[in-house]
Unconditional design. Sequence first.
Length: 184
Amino acid sequence: MIEDRVAGNSCIFCLFRTATLCLLFAGLGSLAAGIAVCADAGNFSWYNGSYIGLGVFVVVLAGVGHKTKYSVPGLTCYLLTLILVFLAELGFTLGIIFYTDYSNILGEEKANAVRYSLLGGCGIILFCIVVGYCYRNSLKDREFYAHNQPLKNTTTNYETPKTNAKRQEMASKYDQLKSKWASQ
């Protein structure tokens, strides 16, 4: 049996599902970058560990985003959290880009790989925010219109044998008056 849930635009919904899948990969990439930086640096600092924590949080957020596909309030909360995650990841990424000694810690090639992979993760999160917002609006519109549809059977039949007899009596009186006026 087909579910009777309110769903948004199917094309945007497909993009939303793809975006949450990409968000999962961005979270795994951030997690992997944090682990690689900790391994190459030889120590676990709060800055390197923040990528691990942020990666885990993004992976969990991707799962939550998948489950909130029919709920406008759930999508709103998901989008607000995603915006906060975007700002946090962008802040850490810009910190690595502008911190010139970061290349001395990892080497120029590895530092650039981490920088650009995290910048790509920020782009994916921004893409998820835009697609999620568009899907939330299409879901909100569908939910509004679904509740304003008329009932399927709005006509009621109040005829009983008594009202049926009364209607026939009135029809016969009308026919009598009609024939009387026609003869005049």
